[in-house]
Design a protein around this ligand. Structure first.
Ligand SMILES: Nc1ncnc2c1ncn2[C@@H]1O[C@H](COP(=O)(O)OP(=O)(O)OP(=O)(O)O)[C@@H](O)[C@H]1O
Ligand SMILES: [Mg+2]
Length: 244
């Protein structure tokens, strides 16, 4: 049961307000959530509900106006900008909708860069190539991003996120720019890597292929968590009904 597992991420009463001139935009309005170590959770919600803003608080890209975020019991919202940037470099893997690969670098170099940032220069190429192998791209290590399909580019991005062995993997619509079948393969791969490498995955997605693989689904609406779905297997049934 999830309740007996260690907590990887704890978000407590997190608010995030953006000020544009005289107008205050309340992007997050008192978020509480716990994600357990090794869990694969999905955050679902309509456009503008605060999904990216929430991921940014957990990934140390942004800080809340009010509230606390703890990662493995360490309160990251108390940290200096220097410590936060070390956290982002060393402990968090990001996967984005538009892959964000560096066009002038080969696949393996894009992956190795994450190790370089972390200061792990030993065996960089071998580690990068091993991770590309794990995502099914062992034969395309020397390709540039423009020589890869969208699905393959996302595999490189996933390898880049995982090569540094991060505690937390945050993904913002990782299949949003892929066709259905390719998206399904990426969803399968992410779940497989979650089992194999054991990091905690927090994924924003509308994609049923991913949602059905989640341990739990958090429903976000207007900056608040409306409900937590402990039985995402229901999405599998829903998908079956849709397919029939
Ligand atoms: N830097 C910013 N300055 C001002 N407002 C912002 C900023 N970032 C986000 N917002 C606002 O906060 C709210 C939540 O935005 P967010 O990007 O988190 O939504 P989202 O759920 O990720 O949406 P989408 O599905 O379209 O990506 C929106 O109303 C957005 O306009
Ligand atoms: Mg977003």
């Amino acid at each position: 049961m999830a309740s007996s597992r260690a907590v990887a991420v704890e978000v407590s009463d997190v608010h995030r307000e953006f000020q544009i001139g005289d107008i205050a935009i309340k992007a997050l309005r008192g978020i509480n959530m716990e994600v357990f170590e090794g869990e694969f959770v999905v955050v679902l919600g309509p456009s503008g509900s605060g999904k990216t803003t929430l991921l940014n608080q957990i990934g140390g890209i942004d800080s809340p106006t009010k509230g606390r975020v703890k990662v493995h019991s360490e309160e990251i919202t108390q940290w200096t900008t220097g410590k936060l940037s070390e956290y982002r470099r060393n402990r968090v893997g990001w996967i984005f909708q538009f892959f964000n690969l560096i066009p002038s670098l080969r696949a393996w170099e894009n992956v190795a860069l994450a190790l370089e940032f972390k200061g792990e220069r030993k065996n960089m190429k071998t580690l990068a190539c091993d991770m590309l192998d794990a995502v099914g791209l062992g034969d395309k290590i020397n390709r540039f991003p423009s020589q890869l399909s969208g699905g393959e580019q996302q595999r490189v991005a996933i390898a880049r996120a995982l090569v540094k062995n991060p505690e937390i993997i945050v993904a913002d619509e990782p299949t949003g720019n892929l066709d259905f079948v390719t998206g399904q393969k990426i969803a399968d791969l992410m779940k497989e890597l979650n089992r194999k490498f054991g990091g905690t995955f927090i994924v924003v997605s509308h994609d049923l292929s991913i949602t059905e693989k989640a341990d739990r689904v958090f429903h976000l609406m207007d900056g608040q968590i409306l409900s937590v779905d402990e039985t995402p297997s229901l999405y599998r049934n829903f998908k079956k009904v849709q397919e029939n």
